[in-house]
Design a protein around this ligand. Structure first.
Ligand code: FE
Length: 343
């Protein structure tokens, strides 16, 4: 971890900063100027090309600090009015929603963003917006499963999948958001039955990473799982003939659960005007093209097409549930999964 310690930093702050264990771009601690600072849970290689394009276009420099979501949120809260952060950027609507409940953001009423990004991918109070989309859907072994056997997330709770299912841990926000969407569509009681069935059908203890779900299917430990589309995209880019395929879940009902990476302008931004410019830029066709090229994600803007590789997976209907619901139902989702022994 590298950062410059200025004399005013108290021992307490040093301790807190150490505990937060974020990685800093060294320039962040420099005296403030008219550049923007972004705190991001997305890694450098996924954000730098976007900021470079923005700087080329506007002349406004962008500094950034990357770290874990919980630590960055605590940091912004702790820094209060003195924060350098103009934008907070993270993945998953559940995390954006949580940041909003911690009073991190200010509302941004931008016609540009409203025109570029569909409603369900934005906070109803305009505190944050989605900037890229990932589908969380079914993945299956092309050796042992035929796509006619697949239909919905709920169906993976049926007997047919006993001992054949791999899932990600319930501690991951991706799982919480998916279960939140099921609660939204089906209610608590039915979702409880579904989660119970999933747990019964597990071939292995829930995995810590989506990638492990895919490697477990390839190793024959399980036949089906649920993953974020870009993890499959990355694997397929390396190994075009991998014996796995995505199946678009719930096409005859609610649509496939999607989630976002996104951002909002911080409440105490010193430069909200330029911060809004950056957020608007990130929603633009120019930036959306960069987004989809970087991480095998879908554009949040419907004005451009998906990257070549992921376009080959075919079109699908997205669940149009407003993604703020992923946050609102999160507590219910967590306690439901705990009750049913979903680890
Ligand atoms: Fe991820």
């Amino acid at each position: 971890m590298e950062y410059k310690v200025n004399k005013k930093v108290s021992i307490f702050s040093i301790l807190v900063i150490s505990i937060l264990s974020t990685s800093f771009s060294a320039s962040v601690m420099a005296a403030s100027d008219d550049s923007l600072t972004v705190y991001s849970t997305r890694k450098e290689h996924l954000i730098k090309p976007l900021f470079d394009a923005f700087t080329n276009k506007t002349g406004i420099k962008v500094k950034y600090l990357t770290g874990k979501g919980g630590a960055l949120i605590e940091r912004i809260k702790l820094e209060g009015k003195r924060t350098k952060a103009d934008l907070f950027m993270t993945v998953d609507a559940g995390n954006l929603w949580y940041a909003a409940t911690q009073n991190l953001f200010q509302p941004v009423n931008s016609e540009t963003i409203k025109n570029n990004i569909p409603n369900h991918l934005r906070d109803p109070a305009n505190l944050w917006t989605g900037l890229s989309v990932r589908a969380r859907t079914i993945i299956y072994s092309t050796d042992r499963v035929s796509p006619d056997e697949l239909s919905t997330y709920q169906d993976l709770a049926n007997q047919q999948w006993k001992g054949r299912l791999c899932l990600r841990t319930s501690k991951k926000v991706y799982t919480k958001s998916l279960v939140s969407s099921l609660i939204h569509h089906d209610g608590l009681e039915k979702t409880t039955e579904v989660v119970r069935g999933w747990v019964d059908n597990l071939a292995a203890t829930p995995h810590a990473e989506d990638v492990h779900i895919m490697t477990s299917i390839l190793a024959g430990q399980c036949d089906v799982g649920i993953v974020n589309s870009y993890y499959f995209g990355r694997m397929q880019a390396e190994e075009p003939n991998v014996a796995l395929k995505l199946f678009w879940a719930n096409q005859d009902s609610t649509g496939t659960h999607v989630n976002i990476s996104g951002a909002g302008v911080t409440k105490h931004s010193k430069n909200p005007e330029d911060a809004i410019k950056l957020l608007e830029f990130l929603s633009s066709v120019e930036a959306q093209k960069i987004y989809v090229g970087l991480n095998k994600e879908y554009p949040a803007s419907q004005k451009i097409k998906a990257d070549n590789l992921i376009a080959l997976w075919g079109d699908f209907n997205q669940d149009k549930m407003n993604l703020s619901v992923a946050g609102k139902n999160q507590a219910d989702s967590v306690s439901l999964m705990q009750r049913e022994g979903y680890k």
